[in-house]
Design a protein around this ligand. Structure first.
Ligand SMILES: [Zn+2]
Ligand SMILES: [Zn+2]
Length: 353
């Protein structure tokens, strides 16, 4: 098969690689679509280390992918779970289902987990292998490109679950990237009356408005959505009571601190976007206590894949407008550079091997 193998920062090559072998607990798929994540760009540029034993390549990147089953291992075959030709999507977080942590139903934190495209080969290749427990059937009416967005959607679903949205709530979403725009739709679907979307780059805020954000607020002077005083705006909109919840789908510390400022009594704040490992947050503690607030962190997508797939199948969340670009497998390096340089207003670029 053809595979894009990442060796070291800035060194990735399209090579002829051996086809993955299908072990007894495995399923091998022909990859149809694989999303490019910000973390793929970070690995490629050397801004972030892989989770391989030594943190280095060779490794096939790509952890957001869908495809068609070509081979089914002995165990899933005996269980009658999958057949060649099935349209599927893979949960890249392959947990062991046997450690103490898994047995407490916290598989995102499994002590033995492997992550496709991060610690072991992923989806930027013609074929990929998964443990059968990570394989989910893709609903018939969901395209492979949309299916490739299931992984980020499942993560967004978990974050919004942690936000505990109640009908009628005023919710603030920071970060109008693909995941933030999924969060806008999920918050609305859970009954939020008003969702304010905060961030930069007008084309993203505009898509956010199309997908249901009631307010788009830019922090960039000169933007059509520029808002000089975001906490003041939220205060005006809520009669001084402030928002019921805020979630940050951005790595920016300023947004994380402002999320504390825009939220009111009994509010929940969910931190989702990944800051740098040296970053520290300054929390005005007394204000948070006196308003009896909850601060929650959210990592990956435990037990949310079926809900995410349902949201795609029923149209509760529309991800089609988020697929901004498609690339051939051979053009992956070009794609990574274009995403880095934000060429052509990227949202979620997808590679189609
Ligand atoms: Zn990702
Ligand atoms: Zn485990």
């Amino acid at each position: 098969m053809k595979a894009q193998v990442f060796y070291e920062p800035l060194k990735m090559e399209l090579v002829d690689a051996p086809d993955p072998e299908c072990g007894p607990a495995d399923v091998v798929i022909r990859v149809k679509a694989c999303g490019i994540c910000g973390s793929d760009v970070a690995y490629y540029l050397g801004n972030s280390s892989l989770e391989t034993p030594d943190g280095k390549g060779p490794c096939v990147l790509g952890h957001e992918f869908s495809g068609e089953v070509v081979e089914v291992g002995e165990i899933p075959k005996t269980l009658g779970l999958f057949s060649p030709g099935d349209r599927v999507v893979l949960d890249p977080v392959q947990y062991c289902n046997a450690c103490e942590v898994c047995k407490r139903a916290q598989p995102n934190l499994c002590e033995n987990k492997a992550v496709l495209g991060v610690s072991t080969d992923g989806g930027f290749a013609e074929l990929a292998r998964s443990s059968y427990t990570g394989v989910h059937k893709l609903p018939d009416n969901v395209s492979f490109e949309e299916g490739a967005l299931t992984e980020p959607l499942a993560c967004a679903t978990y974050a919004i679950k942690n936000l505990k949205v109640e009908p009628g709530d005023f919710i603030v979403v920071y970060g109008p990237g693909a995941i933030g725009l999924m969060m806008v739709q999920l918050a609305k679907a859970r009954g939020a009356r008003t969702v304010a979307l905060v961030g930069t780059r007008d084309y993203r805020l505009q898509i956010g408005k199309q997908l249901g954000a009631d307010h788009a607020l830019s922090t960039e002077a000169g933007s059509a959505y520029y808002c000089e005083d975001i906490p003041g705006f939220i205060s005006d909109q809520t009669g001084g009571r402030m928002a019921n919840g805020a979630v940050t789908a951005t790595s920016g510390l300023a947004a994380m601190e402002q999320a504390l400022e825009v939220t009111g009594r009994r509010a929940t704040i969910v931190y989702f976007g990944l800051p740098g490992d040296k970053d520290r947050l300054s929390v005005p503690v007394l204000n948070q206590i006196l308003w009896d607030k909850g601060i929650r962190f959210s990592w990956l997508a435990p037990n949310t894949w079926p809900a995410a797939l349902q949201a795609l199948a029923t149209g509760l969340v529309n991800v089609a407008p988020l697929v901004s670009h498609t690339y051939a497998l051979a053009d992956l390096v070009t794609a990574l550079h274009e995403v880095k340089e934000r060429k052509g207003n990227p949202m979620k670029p997808v590679v189609k091997p």
